[in-house]
Design a protein around this ligand. Sequence first.
Ligand SMILES: [Zn+2]
Length: 393
Amino acid sequence: MIRTYKYRLYPTNAQDRALDFLLWQGRLLYNAALEQRINAYKNDGKSVTYPQQWAYFRDQRHENPDTLGKLNAASVQQLLRRLDKAFRSFFRRLKAGEKPGFPRYKGRTRFNSLEYRHGDGCKLKFDAKHRALLYIQNVGDVKVKYHRPIPDEARIKHVVLKRKNRKWYICLQIELPDPVVGEHSGPAVGIDMGLHSILASSDGQTIENPRWLRKSLAKLRVAQRRLSRRKKGGARRRKAAAQVARLHERITNQRLDFWHKTTRRLVDTYGLIAVEDLTLNFLTSNRHLALSAHDAGLGMFRQLLAYKAESAGVRVVAVNPAHTSQVCSSCGELVEKTLGVRIHRCPSCGYTADRDVNAARNILDLAVKSARTGPPGVNVAGCGVRSLGSSLL
Ligand SMILES: [Zn+2]
């Protein structure tokens, strides 16, 4: 099992400059390697290979110990491989008759990460007071906000050093032994991802869009308007752009935090969680188009849910969401309603509920039916169409 742990770094001023210097050198090297490839292609239609480039830049590193030489060798190899990959896909698309553009040069703001192998120019360690430090070659020991301890049995494989909005982060990719988990014995639940309430569950609970999110989004809109009024190339525009970036970052963090807590509660409580299959959203394009405007972070929800469910022995079943909001979850009658209608009221059996709760009950129903017929863990969207279809015809 591979997991990524992300931490904020707190470099000193001198370390901050040293880190900037490394990224700058990384960018120069990337662009030089790109130029080499473009020239070779334009001049004699040939491609330069990764081993050729590595041989060349290895020598460059030795000849320039104060500039390129400051970069870790494995980081350079990683950079050249990144470029190699970009070129391979360029040639693949060319061959396929498409018109791909050359991989592009990286501008000052477009190059923000370096990769390391853990233990090679980069290592997590602890001082005498058990404070976490990240050793980075040619930078020194940088303070780490170690908010989440890495399990003892984990092995750190890969390290990505990142700069974002003038802050520094590391992402540690760690390998953990696969967990041995028994099946979760909790009850089953259906979850509808709605417009009005972000989540509604089949047992009648709804979660509204958090107020802080609405507030932050409103602030973002104001900042974006301010940015669009500023003249290009000016210092005032740069400042406004930085503010927009900061707000984006804050919203992402708030959402992430919110979904972490929400999905944690779900996998602690339930043994089977039925959700809509978002890959089938062509069926519900209208509904999800509206959703994407709101962007309640549904992708985040699904990703975190899958991730947490895996290590908790909880089953996540995705069902085809077609008609789930229209059919009565009590008697199967089709009760058509527009998006504005918040309450499901069945004229046939009298069942009344929040429209999203009704949808969540249908989603659960589909998942339970398919779980009975299909093998465990399989995406059973197809079964759902049939069982609901029958009540529609
Ligand atoms: Zn009914």
